[in-house]
Ligand binder design. Structure first.
Ligand code: CTP
Length: 219
């Protein structure tokens, strides 16, 4: 269902990332994570309803794509890096809700890896930190919002990321709080800016998306 709302993002270009990345080790197998894309999709839809011109760079998900949004599908962290950084200079607002792999298999075998022995070791290498790159190349007036998933020391770690990555806002959640994080339709988040910290109560991801967009639009 579509709902009517104030067009307070009219004319703004907003790029949202969502979902997991997939890092191949051979033609059969890959490393991924539990992200469903629900939070990022809800944000993309909310910004679209407010009148923004929205691009959604998304990993593979099984949820319905938001309408009236420019969808850019990707698989790996490297593909997400290319698609996001290539579009970043023309964006007014960038919101990075995707769960990007921090490491990927160092070599990707062309052939299926055959089993041998009782143990195997997979060498991993670091992926590029997209959010950090965006912070380093942020243009005048651009608004950059990151996400932070933590299982401990949520506020301290998230504040450190806000500074280190040159963000305007970070949306933090503690995975251990019931009703927060992966898979569920609800979330419990804390919005952190240089000005202050706002803890939001448990609510639907759609409602959380509205609060995040409100905070970005300065409401
Ligand atoms: N992120 C990114 N590129 C990566 C890894 C993460 O852009 N290669 C972004 C995510 O989209 C998210 C934010 O960084 O917006 C925070 O991700 P998170 O994994 O919580 O934090 P990290 O900075 O990777 O730190 P750590 O893994 O130590 O918690």
């Amino acid at each position: 269902k579509e709902i009517a709302c104030e067009k307070d993002m009219k004319g703004l270009r907003v790029l949202v990332t969502a979902g997991p990345t997939m890092e191949a080790m051979d033609p059969v197998r890959y490393i991924t994570n539990h992200s469903t894309g629900k939070m990022g999709y809800a944000i993309a839809r909310n910004c679209m309803l407010r009148g923004a011109d929205v691009t959604l760079v998304t990993g593979q998900t099984s949820i319905e794509k938001p309408r009236f949004v420019n969808i850019v599908p990707i698989e790996s962290a490297r593909e997400m890096f290319e698609e996001v950084t290539g579009r970043a200079p023309e964006q007014d607002i960038i919101i990075k809700a995707a769960a990007v792999a921090d490491y990927r298999p160092q070599t990707v075998s062309d052939e299926k890896v055959k089993k041998s022995g009782d143990h195997m070791t997979l060498e991993l290498e670091k992926t590029d930190d997209i959010l950090k790159y965006l912070g380093e190349h942020k243009k005048e007036g651009q608004f950059l919002c990151g996400f932070s998933m933590e299982t401990e020391h949520m506020l301290e770690n998230s504040r450190a990321k806000l500074k280190k990555k040159n963000l305007d806002m970070i949306v933090a959640n503690n995975l251990k709080v019931p009703g927060a994080g992966f898979g569920v339709d609800t979330n419990v988040v804390t919005i952190i800016t240089a000005q202050g910290v706002t803890e939001l109560p448990l609510q639907s991801k759609d409602a959380v998306a509205g609060h995040i967009a409100d905070a970005i639009a300065g409401k």
